[in-house]
Design a protein around this ligand. Structure first.
Ligand SMILES: CC(C)(COP(=O)(O)OP(=O)(O)OC[C@H]1O[C@@H](n2cnc3c(N)ncnc32)[C@H](O)[C@@H]1OP(=O)(O)O)[C@@H](O)C(=O)NCCC(=O)NCCS
Length: 156
């Protein structure tokens, strides 16, 4: 498992992060990025939603961010995105691990997420961290690609 080096501090997202989150979003999901209004709406839904950003001190912009919905016993990963220039250094795993910690702290016993069937990198990340297939939503995305619903049980 890779370890981020040098370490990238994670912190809760604030309103001021929205432009930088949008830049990461557009780079990470070029086909169907969330727009600015969607990010405002997500942050307006705190504390039910929890957003974490990865920001290296002294550097402009963000290296990645991730969001969680904390309603009920099972938390939902809303998004996970690492800027292309910061990938492959353990940051995705670090952000996902922080979401797991936040879900546990909120009393959740499991985490659900959706991933495109063709997203091999993300699928590998989730499989290595204990996610298992719950169901397939056929042709769920505009492109015709299937969505895989994955679930991880959280140990206390
Ligand atoms: C998926 C994503 C968040 C991974 O971020 P990352 O910082 O590169 O991931 P990490 O460096 O932490 O690697 C985590 C795991 O991903 C897998 N992985 C990372 N890069 C990979 C690559 N180039 N090829 C294959 N697997 C890879 C590995 O399983 C790795 O675990 P390991 O280091 O224990 O082997 C990033 O690629 C991304 O933002 N993609 C676009 C947005 C997206 O698809 N988000 C997920 C939506 S469900």
């Amino acid at each position: 498992m890779s370890v981020v080096s040098p370490p990238v501090p994670l912190r809760p997202a604030t309103w001021r992060d929205i432009p930088a989150m949008l830049a990461v979003e557009r780079a990470a999901f070029p086909d169907e990025p969330w727009d600015e209004a969607a990010l405002w709406s997500e942050l307006a839904s705190r504390p039910r939603r929890a957003y974490v950003v990865a920001a290296r001190e002294g550097h402009d912009g963000l290296e990645g961010y991730a969001g969680l919905d904390l309603a009920g016993d099972v938390a939902d990963v809303m998004t996970l995105a690492v800027h292309p220039g910061s990938r492959g250094r353990g940051l995705g795993a670090l952000l996902l691990g922080r979401l797991h910690d936040l879900a546990r702290e909120a009393g959740a016993t499991g985490v659900l997420l959706e991933v495109r069937s063709g997203n091999e990198v993300a699928r590998r990340l989730y499989a290595a961290r204990g996610y298992q297939l719950v169901r397939t939503r056929e042709r769920y995305y505009r492109s015709g690609e299937d969505a895989l619903v994955l679930r991880k049980e959280l140990l206390p």
